[in-house]
Design a protein. Sequence first.
Length: 113
Amino acid sequence: MSEPLRLRTVVEGRTVHLTVSGELTYATAPLFQGHVAQVLAPSRPFLVVDLEGVTFSDSVGLSALIGARRRAGTVGGDVTLCGVRGPLRRCLQITGADTLFTIDASDAREAQA
């Protein structure tokens, strides 16, 4: 059974902090994408996505993250990922998508593993 996607948002100035937990997949990516579309704006163009609670992501989940970066760019912002672990980190590296994002340096211990 798949784990539902949960999103928690905190706005600090021009930055939106989005904590994601559960599975980011074909079934849940539309919820993520819709939420990102609602919270990003020219007055809030920067998105920090905490993925530590993500238990699984498929290629559609990865595409949703890339779409969030594209959307942030259209409003003059950018996306920072933090809490990127295990298979999701490896998927970002293998596909080269890790170069599209700022990945929080506090996760350096995972990059060395």
